[in-house]
Write a protein that binds this ligand. Structure first.
Ligand SMILES: Cc1cc2nc3c(=O)[nH]c(=O)nc-3n(C[C@H](O)[C@H](O)[C@H](O)COP(=O)(O)OP(=O)(O)OC[C@H]3O[C@@H](n4cnc5c(N)ncnc54)[C@H](O)[C@@H]3O)c2cc1C
Length: 381
């Protein structure tokens, strides 16, 4: 007999994989992914940083609420640590002192952060140019995330709970009738009473297929590349280097240095590709801030970070399309917030612990509900 799911989850990035694993413990769940493997889009292209000082207040609350999971996941969830400490050295040039004070205030609320002298900053990251550095702070609570380990952990749990993953199946149509949702894919038709939209940059398009609210989702492209470390330096313990106004960041990554211009170019949902100009901008900013000479780009990529106007996630049932649940707009924080956001989202669908988690971490349901984005113009008639 064919599998008849209670819930269909669209998208096998970190959002879809994590929520599907929680839901599968209680319901029959089918996960649909248009690519041949999970994590091909944004999830597989991130900088993999966990920072409780990053993002707006809502994001910071979700990140705080995710911390315990990263440091002490359930037994058997992962075969390696999900996080490894990675300090972040935030640097300022002349004129950026106010921005540094603002960052320090946020970071202090989120964990340990201390001002460091210019000498100490250079000792931590010897390539910094002393002449352009006016101040620096060191945040010691961030960490590198093993994204693959995290996503595979969720997918393993999903399968153990009897969930069914259907890869290489693009959803091309969603129709609702008296029996629930008809899900049309290139490989045939499926049915489910509830749809979870975890389609990343495509979540707006999936919403449109379902006749749901227009949440105004905007994918923004971000570029990254790997460059060689300077000869003669052991970079493994270097902090991540972050310009306080996010002009660029640089972090050790498996023996190389990951560099990004922290760009945000408006994009359509797509298989994002890096632009030579954005790579050149990153290299220029890096070379002005440090003594490093970039001779070779070992690899480069781009990914989409998708936001709505207030840059908070969209988590909740749609008010127009019945039994259509949003788990989208995770912006540049979808990995570090996944443990809490997926548990809360699943709780809202199942009607269990979601509410209590929200209270514990000071997250207002209204700040993530799709209802906050509804305006008369946005409702399709
Ligand atoms: C350069 C860069 C750096 C980043 N750094 C960090 C960081 O340090 N920390 C952090 O927490 N976050 C970071 N992010 C953000 C993070 O990667 C995203 O927030 C997160 O991956 C979003 O996950 P998702 O599951 O919503 O989207 P995705 O991973 O894109 O998953 C959505 C999935 O839906 C599938 N899909 C779409 N349409 C359909 C359809 N019609 N049918 C079937 N399947 C469909 C897609 O194929 C895709 O696999 C970064 C992102 C980028 C690009």
């Amino acid at each position: 007999m064919t599998f008849q799911p209670d819930i269909a989850v669209i998208g096998a990035g970190i959002a879809g994989s994590s929520i599907a694993s929680h839901l599968a413990a209680h319901r029959k769940v089918q996960l649909f992914e248009m690519e041949a493997q999970p994590g091909y889009h944004s999830t597989g292209r991130s900088a993999a940083i966990f920072s409780e000082a990053y993002g707006n207040e809502t994001i910071r609350a979700f990140t705080r609420a995710s911390r315990d999971f990263f440091y002490a996941p359930p037994a058997g969830f992962a075969s390696a640590p999900l996080v490894t400490p990675r300090h972040v050295l935030v640097t300022a040039r002349d004129g950026q002192e106010d921005a540094l004070d603002h960052f320090t205030e946020l970071a202090r609320a989120a964990g340990h952060v201390e001002p460091v002298s210019i000498d100490a900053a250079l000792a931590l990251c010897p390539i910094l140019r002393r002449e352009v550095l006016s101040a620096a702070v060191l945040s010691t609570s961030p960490a590198d995330i093993d994204v693959n380990e995290l996503q595979q952990g969720y997918l393993r749990l999903f399968r153990q709970h009897g969930g069914v993953a259907t890869m290489a199946s693009e959803i091309v149509g969603l129709e609702r009738d008296a029996q629930g949702w008809r899900i049309l894919t290139a490989n045939g038709e499926f049915r489910a009473p509830i749809i979870v939209n975890a389609a990343g940059a495509w979540a707006g398009e999936i919403g449109m297929l379902a006749g749901a609210t227009d949440i105004g989702l905007q994918p923004l492209k971000r570029t990254a590349c790997l460059i060689d470390p300077p000869v003669g330096h052991d970079i493994s313990a270097w902090p991540m280097l972050l310009d306080v106004e996010e002009e660029f960041y640089l972090k050790p990554d498996a023996g190389m240095l990951l560099l990004s211009p922290a760009d945000e170019s408006v994009a359509e949902p797509c298989d994002a590709q890096p632009d030579e100009l954005d790579i050149a901008i990153a290299v220029d900013r890096l070379e002005r801030a440090t003594t490093l000479k970039v001779r070779r780009i070992a690899s480069k990529w781009a990914g989409l970070r998708s936001f709505v106007a207030d840059r908070s996630p969209v988590i909740g049932f749609d008010r127009q399309a019945q039994d259509f649940f949003w788990f989208a707009a995770l912006g540049g924080y979808g990995i570090q917030t996944a443990p809490a956001s997926s548990r809360i989202a699943a709780g809202l669908i199942l009607g269990n612990a979601g509410e209590r988690d929200l209270d514990d971490f000071g997250i207002e349901r209204s700040v993530m509900s799709p209802d906050r984005l509804v305006s008369e113009a946005a409702i399709r008639t």
